[in-house]
Write a protein that binds this ligand. Structure first.
Ligand SMILES: Cc1cc2nc3c(=O)[nH]c(=O)nc-3n(C[C@H](O)[C@H](O)[C@H](O)COP(=O)(O)OP(=O)(O)OC[C@H]3O[C@@H](n4cnc5c(N)ncnc54)[C@H](O)[C@@H]3O)c2cc1C
Length: 466
């Protein structure tokens, strides 16, 4: 196989959602796992760096090549089987389309990164992606049954949780923080768990089998407005405790998403449904298990008890209504993007998570942001995305320094520097802050052992040794 070298075609593979610009000498778009294996062997024998990419929605430059070849999974795009308990598809299948096909059979694959209609199944496993529903269902990891992978030496192999880590691999031994996290090599006791979240550095996933569960019979969507941040967070604590006590109980949200005052301004100017006096809102979903009225009553009681602007609560019980609520929520990224374009400066977006008892402390810091900002995200998991919106190059530097301080503080509080977006090439310093020099050295030893030429995904997760 010869790589594509036409600069016009290559140009489409040199960046991702981080907007970092990379460079590459060639592009492969294999159609089979055997071709992937041959390309990996060729890259190893010619010592050519090889970066696997998919939807290029990485926000951390994980999908940006820094020389060498790019291997796109776009032509590994077959859905093989959808059964009752598992479904199998090639790595390049778009996650959202795969999920729609599964749901058409009455089954459900829960991981839901917001980018799911633009990102690929294999990449979502390679980054251990999460999303709003991870509050109930966890990240991608527990939903992966097995993968087919081309390892760094070119071996094509099937891996499940019974597959041992090959003898001699120096597996990092460290303790992940007890929060939602997608940062660093997983301290795994089997090869599958080590590959999940390894960001293309240990192997190229070519196919995956995922676990399925019951598709909920119905899902209610709720947007509740609150007069203060404190009242919204008090409701979060109550709803979270109820969900943890009984995950199918009357009050058992599958997601709890926070929208701050600045987000409400952005959404209000577009969709016009924000009541006066609202300082914060929660976007929530409730799966219906049993009596629908019992769920509704539990929600109304809890919202009233926490001083929500109950008369203004938006509640929908069908798919059409839920789509309207999603439109409300999605008006916020659209509004942010408009400001970014107007400012002519990239936004700086955080991805930090902390333990329950540190949430307010992080809120206090977020709200002292040095520039205009919008704060939203997965508050049920204590994981918010602060979007800093600088207007000048100097403000951009201030924002990056502020992010560094926030990351350090999140670590001090027992949190993670990346809850779901991964480390890529942009957050290696934050990873070091999280794990320390000794664990970074362990990560590097693993990479060095598995891929001595640092051929695969060079620069992701850890600095290359060259
Ligand atoms: C608007 C937006 C919203 C997002 N929302 C979320 C969210 O809610 N939750 C979340 O977790 N993430 C989110 N992300 C981040 C990103 O979408 C996810 O990490 C996603 O899983 C990446 O998929 P992709 O197909 O775009 O992969 P790419 O960006 O192309 O690649 C991502 C990484 O995976 C590696 N990789 C790709 N394919 C393979 C493979 N077959 N084998 C091994 N490694 C591979 C690449 O080398 C790279 O390191 C968001 C991004 C954007 C832009």
């Amino acid at each position: 196989m010869q790589p594509v070298t036409d600069p016009e075609i290559l140009a489409g593979y040199l960046t991702d959602a981080s907007n970092v610009q990379g460079r590459a000498d060639g592009l492969f778009r294999p159609t089979s796992a055997e071709e992937v294996a041959a390309i990996v062997r060729e890259a190893q024998s010619t010592r050519t760096p090889l970066l696997v990419t998919a939807g290029q929605t990485s926000t951390t430059a994980g999908a940006v090549p820094m020389g060498g070849w790019v291997l796109s999974t776009e032509n590994l795009s077959t859905v093989h089987t959808i059964g009752r308990d598992t479904a199998t598809a090639d790595a390049g299948v778009l996650l959202g389309a795969f999920q729609d096909a599964i749901e058409a059979t009455g089954r459900f694959y829960p991981p839901d990164p917001t980018s799911r209609y633009d990102c690929a199944l294999g990449a979502s496993i390679a980054t251990n992606a999460s999303g709003a529903r991870s509050f109930r269902y966890g990240p991608t990891r527990p939903w992966v049954e097995s993968v087919q992978v081309v390892l760094a030496n070119g071996d094509l192999t099937e891996v499940d949780r019974g597959t041992p880590i090959p003898a001699g691999w120096p597996v990092p031994r460290w303790h992940e923080p007890h929060v939602k996290t997608a940062a660093g090599y997983y301290p795994a006791d089997n090869l599958l768990d080590l590959l999940i979240g390894s960001e293309g550095t240990l192997g190229i996933l070519t196919r995956a089998t995922v676990r399925l569960t019951d598709l909920p019979a119905a899902v209610h969507g709720i947007v509740a407005f609150f007069p203060t941040r404190a009242s919204a967070l008090a409701f979060v604590r109550t709803a979270r405790a109820a969900q943890r006590a009984d995950c199918n109980g009357p009050l058992s949200p599958r997601c709890l998403e926070y929208l701050d005052r600045n987000c409400l301004e952005l959404a209000g100017s577009r969709v016009g449904t924000v009541p006066d006096g609202a300082a914060a809102a929660l976007f929530c979903e409730q799966e219906i298990h049993g009596d629908e009225d019992e769920h509704l009553q539990a929600w109304m009681d809890a919202l009233e008890a926490h001083g929500a602007l109950a008369d203004d609560t938006l509640l929908t019980t069908d798919d059409a209504g839920r789509a309207e609520l999603h439109a409300f929520r999605h008006a916020i990224p659209a509004g942010i993007n408009e400001i970014v374009v107007r400012n002519g400066m990239p936004k700086v977006g955080t991805d930090l998570s902390v333990p329950d008892d540190a949430l307010e402390a992080m809120f206090d810091l977020y709200e002292q942001a040095p520039v205009r900002y919008a704060l939203f995200g997965h508050v049920g998991d204590n994981h918010l995305h602060l979007n800093l919106l600088p207007r000048t190059a100097a403000e951009l530097e201030t924002c990056k320094a502020y992010y560094d301080r926030l990351a350090a503080r999140a670590v001090e509080l027992g949190g993670s520097v990346s809850a779901e977006h991964g480390i890529g090439k942009l957050k290696r310093a934050h990873l070091r802050t999280l794990v320390g020099d000794d664990v970074i050295a362990q990560f590097r030893r693993l990479k060095q052992h598995v891929d001595p030429g640092w051929i695969l995904a060079r620069g992701n997760l850890v600095e290359p040794t060259l």
